[in-house]
Design a protein around this ligand. Structure first.
Ligand SMILES: C[S@@+](CC[C@H](N)C(=O)[O-])C[C@H]1O[C@@H](n2cnc3c(N)ncnc32)[C@H](O)[C@@H]1O
Length: 298
């Protein structure tokens, strides 16, 4: 795997994770797919990648998500990062949704773990996953097909999706904002506001900014180029400044946070939007047994 050798991730974390990861299985799976041909099923050739995306390594992998190996290693690593349980954290975020959305857009969907759970939770909704990386979309589509879930995956920029105004009633982004410069996160929130119909909900799951500010070492470990900038910001404030109402952030297991907001009705003052009826609930007494594990590498 094309990784840099001088990062904390590569020197310390990666060797530990390797103990738990079936490297041979991953390699076999990687070789079983023609990534360029499969990527072409999604690739939008007119898409231009901004420098923050195309010139950075993420998680020690050169070219970040534009390297198909990132799509293969993402799930096996993420399951150990989203503690105490990846499915619990993703499910808790989805439980914060108040309404019954009919059209859902998952921005920066990656390998589709949250997207699949959204479709499972709202089976009647049209669910679309959007990502900048055709290879992450290949993996997301593979997982959706394995789970027999009908989800559309789109290769696009979350800042300018190309979808019509007011065409969704739920827009989500999980683990996206710690990987984008704050100006990009704010532009994505603007786009979410444009895409939502009045009364529609936006839901952001990501690292707990308060915790990350106090634990700088955590921000360095994963070789996340924008994590520190993310940690010094405030999703809650970004959402308020975008014009969302009833914005609420809930801390989850110290290291994660969920931020929820509503697009006001036309002419409605965002401050008068009704607050979420429950604070975000999380039932940690019953951990779901299974989510969408990394593909079985046979
Ligand atoms: C850490 S992954 C999160 C994936 C997934 N949402 C999850 O919860 O596991 C971040 C994803 O955001 C995508 N991404 C980053 N910037 C983006 C942008 N401007 N537009 C669309 N996708 C973007 C990356 O390609 C990557 O797949």
């Amino acid at each position: 795997m094309a990784v840099r050798k001088d990062t904390i991730f590569e020197q310390f974390l990666s060797p530990v994770l390797q103990l738990f990861i079936d490297r041979d299985g991953l390699e076999q799976f990687y070789r079983s797919i023609d990534w360029e041909t499969e990527g072409d099923r999604f690739r939008n050739p007119s898409l231009v990648y901004p420098a923050y995306y195309s010139t950075q390594n993420f998680h020690g992998i050169e070219q970040g998500y534009l390297n198909p190996r990132a799509a293969v290693s993402y799930d096996p690593i993420t399951q150990y990062v989203l503690l105490p349980s990846e499915t619990l954290i993703r499910q808790a975020a989805i439980e914060a949704v108040y309404g019954k959305p009919r059209r859902i857009l998952d921005l920066g969907c990656g390998t589709g773990s949250t997207t699949l759970l959204l479709k499972q939770t709202f089976p009647d909704a049209e669910v679309i996953g959007l990502d900048f990386s055709p290879y992450m979309l290949v993996m997301a589509d593979y997982k959706a097909k394995q789970a027999e879930l009908e989800i559309k995956f789109v290769h696009a920029n979350a800042e300018q999706t190309g979808f019509a105004d007011a065409s969704f009633d739920l827009v989500t982004a999980s683990l996206l904002f710690h990987e984008t410069p704050p100006a990009v996160s704010r532009a994505i929130l603007q786009e979410a506001a444009r895409l939502l119909q009045p009364g529609g909900e936006v839901l952001i799951l990501d690292g707990n900014q308060k915790t990350l500010r106090q634990t700088e070492w955590l921000t360095q470990i994963f070789e996340e180029p924008y994590m520190q900038a993310y940690a010094s910001g405030n999703v809650d404030a970004w959402m308020g400044a975008t014009g969302f109402g009833a914005v609420q952030t809930q801390e989850l297991w110290w290291i994660h946070q969920i931020t929820w907001g509503v697009k006001p009705l036309p002419g409605q003052d965002p401050d008068s939007v009704r607050a979420h009826p429950d604070s975000v609930r999380i039932d940690d007494s019953a951990l779901p047994d299974a989510g969408f594990p990394a593909p079985a590498f046979e």
